[in-house]
Design a protein around this ligand. Structure first.
Ligand code: NAP
Length: 250
């Protein structure tokens, strides 16, 4: 087992489920102290338990990434409890569907608030700490670029905006030793890809025909990319959004 993150403190938003949990486990296996965050405490506590059961170090704190005060407190709590913040994975996201003409403003605002403002606020408060404390790496979660999917316009808009924001923020922060990138996953085995009440086999049968590789991705496959982007192995990668989608956007 390699331990690329021994002595590092890693903050993960949306760390209680799906891609966030898989990434938290992967960082835990590589020696990091992992702080997972989200709005609900229960899934976060479960992620911590899973990491600790493997001999890793983890902690959790609730925060809503769409609220600046929550995010500021989350970063401060992470630093106060664990002595620093070296890596952040800004992964919290929500999927709301509906054709643009029918989409209600509350759904639109909730998606922008979490998916875009949440990434902005997270980077803002993380960079504020990192730039005066030896730098760090930040990975944001966008989504794969696809031809417009009816009903997903608002979601796609927030995620394309995350790629643009990642590029701009990366240029703003690289001079201060903070290196920012993004992952842009395609359909991944995580709660977000299920229709209400859908069984895993039905979800797979619905999505697989639209994915050139013939299957949905594993959350651990996204985690592996996040760890690489967060590590010194990718030191010359700045502002890049890495598409990981089984060929959907190829
Ligand atoms: N699964 C896919 O196929 C796929 C593809 C492309 C991109 N993505 C992106 O990958 C990321 C992770 O999604 P997932 O697939 O792992 O689905 P997920 O299990 O639904 O994860 C989303 C996480 O975000 C947290 N969250 C939502 N709103 C939040 C807020 N306002 N503040 C803090 N935390 C919040 C949720 O926890 P709480 O509800 O407890 O807050 C949850 O843990 C998302 O950004 C998603 O858009 C997923």
């Amino acid at each position: 087992m390699t331990a690329r993150f021994t002595g590092k403190v890693v903050l993960i938003t949306g760390g209680g489920t799906g891609i966030g949990r898989a990434t938290a486990l992967a960082f835990g296996r590589e020696g990091a102290t992992v702080m997972v965050s989200g709005r609900r405490a229960e899934p976060l506590a479960e992620t911590v338990k899973l990491i600790e059961a493997e001999g890793g170090r983890a902690d959790h704190a609730t925060a809503d990434v769409s609220r600046s005060a929550d995010v500021e407190r989350l970063v401060a709590t992470t630093v106060a409890r664990h002595g620093g913040l070296h890596v952040a994975f800004n992964n919290a996201g929500v999927l709301g569907a509906g054709p643009v003409p029918d989409l209600d403003e509350d759904t639109w605002n909730a998606m922008v608030g979490t998916n875009l403002t949440g990434v902005f606020l997270s980077m803002k408060h993380e960079i504020a700490h990192m730039r005066g404390n030896g730098g760090g790496t930040i990975v944001n979660t966008a989504s794969n670029p696809v031809t417009a999917v009816p009903g997903l316009g608002a979601y796609a808009a927030t995620k394309e905006a995350v790629v643009a924001l990642t590029r701009a923020a990366a240029r703003d922060a690289i001079g201060d030793g903070v290196r920012i990138t993004a992952v842009a996953p395609g359909p991944v085995d995580a709660p977000m890809t299920f229709l209400p009440g859908e069984a895993p086999a039905d979800r797979d049968a619905r999505l697989a025909p639209h994915i050139p590789i013939g299957r949905v991705g594993g959350a651990a496959e996204i985690a592996a990319a996040v760890l690489w982007l967060a590590s010194p192995e990718s030191a010359f990668v700045v502002g890049h959004g890495l598409v990981i989608d089984g060929g959907v956007s190829a």
